[in-house]
Design a protein around this ligand. Structure first.
Ligand code: ADP
Ligand code: ZN
Ligand code: ZN
Length: 816
């Protein structure tokens, strides 16, 4: 009798594979254990067992496995079920999901490159003979492939040994460029609460004899009176020309207390525990409503305006779920996963919070994986970006998706191209866990589900502290240019408002969205931007062909010589970036500290956190940035937000442009006027009467929702139609053209629904490959699964056409 194990390989192959095992192995193997297996002529992979059986494969001779790598399953059955759902819904292979789900340190294979871990002192005595051989080899060679290790040790089964060396921090995977993620906290000093009365203060001053300590204390009072803001330890020491040991003595004596500014911002009374956190009346009401809804519905949307204290409500809910012993997953868009938020939650939940961040190195990710696997209290709450949903939860009780509208939840490359918000609701269902989606500006899809009563809704339209939402001032750029009231890209109004804010010692955020590759063509006289007659998008200027094109239906016209609206010949291509704004600011406000935040300035190790810290610590007066600024940041001294050009966003060629513009503008506006003062937002635009701009001005989310929903229906977009985009790429122009035409024709014949394309995207050549796209719009009324099956069949028949075999195909379900 033969024994077999069925495994998933971490490859884009659409099936499972059968390997031969001994009877002992057969009895030992459990689904979810990793197994090193040979594949092809000389490759080795880390496969995942999904079942054992006694049916030999019919199409090939089963090879023997190399070795079982785990003593216990590291992946559970709910995960496997979830992976299957992802593979089927997002039309990719289960192997691709497996590869994406596990930290790469779990997936050693013959081609994996290892090298000595930098900066680690290795005690050679702790190494076994084989381990030492590898260590020694790496002294002479900066890196080795796993295959090389196989020959050095002259044995096949090297993965467990390598895993040990990784655990011992002797070697690391070469692909790792990650830095470990350490929140930077700035130390601040305040007077101990024992001395809150004048009387006690006098006693204190009389009681301190040491001259140096007295000087420091007096210096503190002086600073306290003049600065009226938090005093950092460094500032105090500098100011009094003292040193840290003197300060330390005063802290030991409980004269001073130290604290960290990142942990507390608006008010400086720390909330130490979620239990002590008191919700405002309306927050409490919202929380009660959520819990109430959860008795009948599994998914609830918390629609709460910016600064309403959604995080506080989440915290309470997390705390209550913790008491049931269940696990909690808190998903955030990558960029919002700041030290700011992490420390806020750590403050409530201490060491029960694990963070799963792409900035984490492999060891750290493996560690969190294992903690979750063992259902360790250290990881009862997991905060993470989208990939955290792949962790091996066994008893998930609650999932929170904050800023659920963020497009960042969708993975673009490589497969699986999943949307974490949607995929995690399926996972939650498997666990019978509740899902809370939170946003000040919910996605159309989510709000549509609320309207259809699929999701419950809880609204919170009051900011914490009752500060009103900011006042929005619209500046008509057309008019301002005409009256020569512009200085570069700044209107008189914006300059005045900036000046006022800075004079009061307040900070300013300026927003310039520079998204988009090819700029738009715009009329300088009337602001008109040519639109596609068939679609709800603006045309994009293609410099190379001197054309205006629609990215959705392929419609194109030659670049006009004059404006179709007002006949002006004053046409210009549009697009100015943050860099230009930064330069202009330097001339306008030469004595102020200006900081730019965009992809270029946040590239470094902790670039993003550094800038946030600097701004938070008030070392920067004006922060200029791209949409990065919109992501749930909470600053306590920003009174003014300026949006330099709202039209950039509005006319981005995307069916979601208006929705996204609304979200973006409402979110950046939300950064203005937090604590006790109403903020201001200045929006510069050529189209002050544009519906979306008006909706932002009046905080009219429902108006935006209704209007956009109507448009989506008319133009056949989500949530009424599901979109699937197929991208074809090849080095030869003719081959892409021909093959995409073939695919388009077959799909149109087979599917009774709109199939658009094949379209040449705006960036029609990347890395010497030509690109064409086809978009399929699947109406609500037809079976999604059935349609996907048909599409898959067509794709399979495409694959067997020999002259098209080299064409690369990418399928993106729910793209955008
Ligand atoms: P949102 O996420 O809804 O934009 P936040 O959760 O960031 O709002 O809250 C805004 C500010 O108000 C934060 O500084 C937060 O600490 C403070 N805050 C909100 N609710 C409370 C509360 N119940 N107690 C103390 N501070 C609160
Ligand atoms: Zn015009
Ligand atoms: Zn079009």
């Amino acid at each position: 009798m033969s024994h077999f194990v069925e495994v998933i390989l971490p490859l884009a192959l659409d099936k499972t594979f059968t390997y031969q095992v001994s009877e002992t192995e057969y009895k030992y193997i459990k689904p979810g254990m990793r197994i090193a297996v040979p594949f092809g002529k000389s490759k080795m992979y880390t496969a995942l067992a999904i079942e054992t059986h006694q049916n030999p494969p019919t199409l090939y001779e089963a090879k023997e496995i190399h070795q079982i790598l785990d003593e216990n399953a590291i992946v559970n059955e709910v995960q496997l079920k979830h992976w299957q759902w992802i593979a089927s819904y997002y039309m990719c292979s289960i192997g691709e999901v497996y590869r994406a789900a596990l930290p790469s340190g779990f997936l050693l294979e013959s081609e994996t490159v290892i090298s000595l871990k930098q900066g680690e002192l290795v005690d050679e005595k702790t190494l076994t003979d084989d381990e030492f051989l590898v260590f020694e080899a790496l002294q002479y060679q900066s890196s080795l492939k796993v295959n090389d290790v196989v020959s050095i040790l002259n044995k096949k089964n090297v993965l467990p040994l390598l895993q040990k060396l990784i655990d011992k921090s002797v070697v690391s995977l070469q692909e790792e460029i990650h830095e470990s993620y350490k929140p930077k906290l700035v130390k601040y000093i305040k007077l101990h609460e024992n001395f809150s009365t004048d009387e006690r203060l006098n006693e204190l001053l009389n009681s301190i004899k040491a001259e140096k300590q007295k000087e420091l204390l007096l210096g503190y009072f002086q600073l306290h009176v003049s600065e009226k803001k938090p005093i950092s330890a460094k500032q105090l020491i500098d100011f009094t020309s003292s040193n840290s040991s003197v300060l330390k003595k005063l802290i030991e004596k409980e004269v001073f207390e130290e604290y960290h500014l990142i942990q507390d911002r608006t008010d400086f009374n720390e909330v130490e525990n979620a239990k002590d956190l008191t919700l405002s009346q309306s927050q409490q009401k919202a929380l009660d409503e959520i819990k109430n809804h959860f008795t009948t519905k599994d998914i609830c949307l918390l629609h709460g305006v910016t600064s309403s204290g959604k995080t506080e409500i989440y915290s309470k809910l997390i705390q209550e779920t913790m008491q049931t012993g269940k696990q909690i997953l808190f998903l955030l868009p990558e960029i919002a996963l700041t030290t700011q938020l992490v420390s806020r939650l750590r403050k409530f939940f201490g060491n029960k919070v694990a963070v799963f961040h792409s900035k984490y190195n492999n060891n750290e990710r493996v560690e969190v994986w294992n903690q979750v696997l063992q259902n360790s209290p250290k990881a009862q709450v997991v905060i993470g970006a989208r990939s955290a949903m792949f962790l091996p939860f066994s008893e998930l009780g609650l999932v929170i998706v904050d800023e659920e509208h963020e497009q960042n939840f969708k993975q673009t490359d490589p497969a699986p191209r999943y949307h974490a918000r949607d995929a995690v609701t399926v996972l939650a269902k498997f666990h019978q866990a509740k899902v809370l989606l939170g946003s000040a500006t919910p996605s159309l899809e989510t709000y549509y589900n609320v309207e259809n009563q699929k999701y419950a809704l809880v609204e919170l339209f009051e900011r914490y502290n009752n500060t009103p939402l900011p006042e929005v001032i619209l500046v008509d750029l057309k008019d301002s240019y005409f009256r020569k009231r512009m200085n570069g890209h700044f209107s008189d109004t914006l300059i005045e408002e900036i000046t006022t804010a800075l004079t009061l010692g307040e900070q300013v955020i300026l927003f310039q969205n520079r998204r988009g590759y090819a700029p738009l063509l715009e009329c300088m006289t009337c602001g008109h931007i040519p639109q596609c007659p068939n679609c709800d998008v603006s045309l994009t200027y293609h410099k190379f062909k001197n054309q205006l094109r629609c990215h959705y239906c392929g419609h194109s016209i030659a670049k006009p010589t004059h404006c179709h609206q007002c006949s002006s010949v004053d046409l210009t291509t549009k697009g100015f970036g943050t860099e230009q704004i930064e330069l202009e600011l330097a001339t306008l406000f030469p004595n102020k500290k200006i900081q730019r935040m965009d992809q270029d300035t946040t590239r470094g190790k902790f670039g993003y956190d550094k800038i946030i810290d600097k701004f938070q610590n008030r070392e920067v007066d004006i922060l200029v940035g791209t949409q990065m600024l919109a992501k749930g940041l909470d600053f306590d001294n920003v009174s003014l937000v300026g949006i330099l050009n709202a039209d950039n966003m509005l006319y981005f060629p995307d069916f979601r442009a208006f929705e996204r513009s609304y979200q973006m503008m409402a979110q950046v506006s939300g950064r203005a006027g937090r604590a006790d003062k109403r903020g201001k937002v200045v929006i510069q635009t050529y189209n002050p009467n544009h519906n979306t701009i008006q909706q932002v001005t009046h905080n009219n989310y429902i108006g935006m929702f209704k209007e956009q929903l109507y448009e989506r229906q008319i133009f056949k977009y989500p949530p009424f139609f599901k979109l699937i985009k197929i991208t074809l790429r090849h080095k030869e122009y003719e081959k892409v053209k021909e093959s995409s035409m073939w695919l388009y024709q077959v799909l149109s014949q087979q599917l009774k629904m709109p199939v658009l394309g094949p379209e040449e995207p705006a960036v029609s050549k990347i890395r010497n490959e030509y690109i064409r796209t086809i978009v399929i719009k699947i109406p609500d009324s037809v079976s999604l699964q059935g349609t996907k099956k048909t599409i898959q069949k067509v794709l399979n028949s495409f694959d067997v056409i020999s002259q098209y075999r080299s064409v690369k195909l990418v399928v993106n379900v729910d793209f955008g």
